[in-house]
Design a protein around this ligand. Sequence first.
Ligand SMILES: NC(=O)c1ccc[n+]([C@@H]2O[C@H](COP(=O)([O-])OP(=O)(O)OC[C@H]3O[C@@H](n4cnc5c(N)ncnc54)[C@H](O)[C@@H]3O)[C@@H](O)[C@H]2O)c1
Length: 260
Amino acid sequence: MPRLQGKTALITGAASGIGAAIARAFACEGAFTIIADIDVERGRAVADETAGLFVRLDVAQEADWDAIAERFPALDVLVNNAGITGLEGAAPAQDPENTRLADWRAVHAVNLDGTFLGCRYAIRAMRARKSGSIINISSRSGLVGIPMAAAYASSKAAIRNHTKSVALYCAGQGLNIRCNSIHPAAVMTPMWEPMLGSGPDRAAREAAMVADTPLRRFGRPEEVAALAVLLASDDAAYMTGAELTIDGGLLAGSAATPGK
Ligand SMILES: NC(=O)c1ccc[n+]([C@@H]2O[C@H](COP(=O)([O-])OP(=O)(O)OC[C@H]3O[C@@H](n4cnc5c(N)ncnc54)[C@H](O)[C@@H]3O)[C@@H](O)[C@H]2O)c1
């Protein structure tokens, strides 16, 4: 029996990378997928592939979420996955000393405001059935400081905390609406392209990025998707407010380990 049979799931940022992998995995488990993204072309392609529906949604825009609420007043699963690092564009710096306020805000608008608005919509859309699962894609960067991507790390840390507020709020309301966060470390998706580049040293850069990861490799989007399937399914019925790391062992130890 597919684990998500009969469930409707909306996944933000599902046109690419981890979101697309989650959409594919959810469809395989019997869910009806709503692919929400600002990338219309690639979003439509994922919707076709998963026999789902594409909707254009900018997660930072309240009006876009209002339109979603009108069109989809009921929902079983929401994955707040859309996110940006701030390193994609022409932002000159993302460190705590030099980041421009506008760049700081732009990262928080997508990652944090987007997750807040998504959670708010989902609670309302799940209230009638009194049940549902909200999955927030945070990051390993939400658990440690990242000096050269300070806004990203701040936004992901706030997502971790908001997940717990949502979980407790829903439980306190007598709702079986669970809310959990996933914290991946480096997962090979297009998000890494600006950092890896396409030059002859790409392989060396890739190796350097995971040199401190105990499993010595990038994660795969499908591996994160498997965790999302678990959290979306009734197998995780007793899990709420939890944070799940998926990081090749990175956070299990410390660079300062004696004898290293
Ligand atoms: N790849 C990693 O190593 C990694 C690690 C930890 C956490 N994450 C998180 O996983 C999530 C997915 O990342 P990915 O690696 O698949 O990235 P990606 O760049 O491949 O995909 C991100 C998707 O989000 C969409 N998006 C961007 N801004 C949006 C907006 N305002 N509204 C709607 N959609 C928007 C993009 O169009 C794209 O389809 C992000 O939240 C990211 O922070 C990724």
